[in-house]
Write a protein that binds this ligand. Structure first.
Ligand code: P6P
Length: 340
C-alpha cells in the first residue's frame, strides 16, 4: 500500500481481519467501537476548560482517588459504547471495584474488555496529555457470561491492547499481535487516519530516563544506584542520559515508544508493589512496547508473564528500549555495594 494512501482505522481493522479467514468480525467491532468512544471522549477533553466538566464529582473511586468529572464521563462513554454490542461477556474498569457484567437483556460475546477510561486524570485541569488504556482477551470460562477467571489472564493471552492519547493531537495506538500501528484523529472529518504504520522503538534510542525522582529516598538501593549512574553520579563511565517525566503514563510511554529510553515506576517503601495497575495500565502498554521491539518488566520478569490474582493489583514497571530495561533488572538484582 502506497504510504500516501489515506487509511482510516476502520479500513485498517477490516484489512487486518481479512488476514484471518476464521475471524467472525467481533474483535473488529470492539476496536471500531473503542475508536468511536475515543472520539466522544476527545470532544469533551478538548473543551474541558470551557464547560463544567472539569473538577471533581465529589466521590472517590475504588482506588480511593477523587473522581474527576471527565473520568466519570469517559467511563460512561466506554461502557455505553460496548455494553450492547454482543461482543463482550464482561468488562473490568479502573473505576469499578468488581467485574462489570453485560446487562441481562443485552446479547453477550466471547471477549473481555479491560480498561482505564481516563488515566492521568489528575492532570486534566492543567492541560497535560491524558489517556485511555485498553486490553482485550478471549473468554476462557465455559459459561455464557464472563467470570473473574476470564478477567485474570496473563498479558500473553491478550488478543489486542493499546491506548488513546489526548494530547496536542489525539492518537489511537494499538497492537493485535502483528506490530503496532498509530492513528491520528483528523477532527475536521472525525476520522482516525493511519499516521504511524508499524511503529518500532528507534535504534539507536534517545537516552531518556523517565521516573519520579521525588521518591528517591524511598527506593531500594539498586534503584537509587541505577538512577545515580544514569545521572553520571556513579563511578562507571556511562554515556549520559537526559530526564523526561510528565506524570501521565500514556504520555510518558508514547514518548518512550517514539524516541526510545526507559520509563520506570518502581516499588518504594510506601508502595511495595509500585503504584501502577497490572491489568489495565501495565499489561496493555507492555503489549505495545514488546510488539514495537521493546521490553516491559516488573524488575524481575516480563509484565506479560505475570498471572494476575486481583483485578486492581499493582506492579512495579520498567519499560522501553530493551537494553535499558535489561540494565534496570541488572541493577535491581545486583549486590547494592557494587560500584556503578
Ligand atoms: P506520580 C497518573 O496519576 C498516574 O496514574 C499515571 O498516569 C502516572 O504515570 C503516575 O500516576 C504518576 O504518579 O506518583 O509520579 O504522580
Amino acid at each position: 500500500m502506497a504510504d500516501s494512501a489515506v487509511v482510516t482505522i476502520d479500513r485498517h481493522i477490516m484489512e487486518e481481519e481479512r488476514k484471518y479467514p476464521e475471524a467472525t468480525g467481533a474483535l473488529s467491532n470492539i476496536l471500531t467501537d473503542l475508536a468511536l468512544a475515543a472520539k466522544l471522549i476527545q470532544r469533551e477533553v478538548a473543551k474541558a476548560g470551557l464547560v463544567d466538566i472539569l473538577g471533581k464529582v465529589g466521590r472517590e473511586n475504588v482506588q480511593g482517588e477523587q473522581v474527576e468529572k471527565l473520568d466519570e464521563f469517559a467511563q460512561e462513554v466506554i461502557y455505553k459504547s460496548m455494553d450492547h454490542s454482543g461482543t463482550l461477556c464482561c468488562m473490568v474498569s479502573e473505576e469499578e471495584e468488581g467485574l462489570i457484567p453485560i446487562p441481562e437483556d443485552f446479547p453477550v460475546g466471547d471477549y473481555v474488555l479491560v480498561f482505564d477510561p481516563l488515566d492521568g486524570s489528575s492532570n486534566i485541569d492543567v492541560n497535560v496529555s491524558i489517556g485511555t488504556i485498553f486490553s482485550i482477551y478471549r473468554k476462557i470460562s465455559s459459561g455464557e457470561r464472563g467470570t473473574l477467571q476470564d478477567c485474570l489472564q496473563p498479558g500473553r493471552m491478550m488478543v489486542a491492547g493499546g491506548y488513546v492519547l489526548y494530547g496536542s493531537s489525539t492518537m489511537l495506538v494499538y497492537s493485535s499481535g502483528t506490530g503496532v500501528h498509530g492513528f491520528t484523529l483528523d477532527p475536521s472529518i472525525g476520522e482516525f487516519l493511519l499516521s504511524h504504520k508499524n511503529i518500532r522503538l528507534p535504534n539507536p534510542p534517545q537516552r531518556y530516563y523517565s521516573v519520579n525522582e521525588a521518591y528517591f529516598q524511598k527506593w531500594a538501593l539498586g534503584q537509587q544506584r541505577m538512577v545515580a549512574c544514569l545521572k553520571g553520579m556513579g563511578d562507571k563511565e556511562m554515556q549520559p542520559f537526559r530526564s523526561r517525566y510528565i506524570g501521565s503514563l500514556v504520555a510518558d510511554f508514547h514518548r518512550t515508544l517514539l524516541k526510545g529510553g526507559i520509563f520506570m515506576y518502581p516499588r518504594d517503601d510506601n508502595s511495595p508493589e509500585g503504584k501502577l495497575r497490572l491489568l489495565y495500565e501495565a499489561a496493555p502498554i507492555a503489549l505495545v512496547c514488546e510488539q514495537a521491539g521493546g521490553r516491559a518488566s516488573d524488575g524481575e520478569r516480563d509484565i506479560l508473564d505475570i498471572i494476575p490474582t486481583e483485578l486492581h493489583q499493582r506492579t512495579p514497571l520498567f519499560l522501553g528500549t530493551r537494553e535499558f530495561v535489561d540494565m534496570a533488572e541488572e541493577f535491581l538484582q545486583q549486590d547494592p555495594d557494587l560500584p556503578c
